[in-house]
Write a protein that binds this ligand. Structure first.
Ligand SMILES: *Cc1c(COP(=O)(O)O)cnc(C)c1O
Length: 386
């Protein structure tokens, strides 16, 4: 029979305890999520700053819909680029101190587009080993030579760059891009952004950062990695701390012009909803003004570290994301289920998303959580993980 692999491959996932199924969320607001008639404290949300359902953002969405419509009715190069998009781009440029900004339908699409645009046949892309799937897919589908360095291993990165430069010492067209995430999605650890920027400068390479998990959360005004160093190209999704949907790329004028002229993801895709662009503008205004949201995440994260018992392997960091590494898939799912029975919702992350035998619980702490939520989480985790 044709297409047997469809059922065979899924069956194999089940046998390896890697089968994935969706859960329909009935309601989600603040710290709670309602799934199948049961309420849980939600520790798996990417709404890090707790801005989803914010009344001022909702109001901006309604005003945006009235003024500009729910739909862009075209791609940006036809008639899809509205005043709402332009105003949002300007605000992002001011926020991150970049000359240009372009909006994309999703972070996945933006990363793929940018890896293809920077991945010219004369280019070398150096990607951190733990880079997001969209960066890897984009890089591998480009014409560039792609190298991956061990996670956060700056010495290996430098060796790779030096080796290339020795091989092609007189090549004026040696285009090099260092690609990393600001905060990594699975463990919440940070790249050494200042050092990456320094190395990029030394070797006349571009630094490209995926700031999906840093934007809003890092920096006095939530500028993400841009608060730590001068970064050539910043990509961030609007679907995490910014609490809307879509993505942006902030860069210089030459790259923006190139994308408008050559990027298929930009040219052949409908511009994001202008109503949502208007709501996003409001969200970014709140993110800059309300530093208490970032401080609260930090305080609650510290509290979790204090309250977890010594035997629990927690990867410490200063982001919203905290990983508790358990090991094999079956025990991780089992712990996850026991926590669900106690009214706690968090996600088990299994291979191939993380390396073999490092299945983990991914805990996200948001500005909507309260001290009691963290105390409850810690006491349940201490009890369930023996
Ligand atoms: C979520 C995420 C993306 C994708 O962004 P979407 O807007 O959800 O498509 C890209 N990179 C990283 C690191 C992410 O975590």
């Amino acid at each position: 029979m044709a297409f047997n692999y469809l059922t065979d491959d899924v069956e194999q996932q089940k046998q390896r305890a890697r089968y994935r199924a969706r859960q329909c969320v009935i309601e989600q607001s603040g710290r709670y999520v309602k799934i199948n008639d049961k309420n849980y404290v939600n520790f798996s949300s990417n709404d890090y700053l707790g801005l989803n359902h914010h009344p001022e953002i909702n109001q901006a969405l309604a005003i945006g819909a009235d003024k500009f419509g729910t739909c862009a009715s075209g791609s940006s190069l036809i008639t899809g680029y509205s005043y709402a998009h332009q105003a949002l781009e300007h605000d992002i440029c001011d926020w991150l101190n970049k000359p240009k900004c372009l909006l994309f339908a999703s972070g996945f699409s933006a990363n793929t587009a940018l890896m293809q645009a920077l991945g010219h046949k004369s280019s070398h892309l150096y990607l951190d080993k733990l880079s997001h799937a969209s960066l890897i897919d984009g890089a591998l589908s480009s014409e560039a030579k792609v190298k991956r360095f061990l996670h956060n291993d700056i010495e290996q990165l430098q060796r790779l760059i030096s080796k290339n430069q020795q091989a092609e010492p007189h090549d004026d067209e040696l285009n090099q891009v260092i690609v990393s995430e600001g905060v990594f999605s699975m463990d919440g650890d940070q790249a050494d952004v200042a050092n990456l920027a320094k190395i990029a400068k030394q070797h006349q390479a571009l630094l490209y950062l995926d700031d999906a998990h840093s934007i809003g959360v890092i920096g006095k005004k939530g500028q993400g990695s841009s608060s730590l160093a001068d970064i050539d190209v910043v990509m961030a999704t609007l679907g995490k701390s910014i609490a809307t949907s879509g993505a942006f790329v902030a860069c210089d004028k030459n790259l923006a012009d190139y994308l408008i002229n050559f990027s298929r993801h930009y040219i052949y895709s409908t511009a994001i909803s202008p109503a949502l662009a208007w709501a996003t503008k409001k969200s970014i205004e709140i993110i800059q003004a309300e530093h208490w949201r970032r401080e609260k995440i930090n305080e609650l994260s510290k509290l979790l570290t204090e309250k977890l018992s010594q035997k629990i392997q927690l990867i410490e960091n200063s982001s919203s994301i905290h990983a508790i590494v358990i090991g094999d898939e079956t025990s991780t799912l089992d712990v996850c289920q026991q926590l669900r029975n106690k009214g706690i919702w968090l996600t088990a992350i299994r291979p191939p998303t993380v390396p073999f035998n490092s299945s983990r619980l991914r805990v996200t702490i948001t500005a909507s959580h309260e001290v009691n939520d963290i105390n409850y989480l810690a006491s349940c985790v201490n009890e369930v993980i023996q």
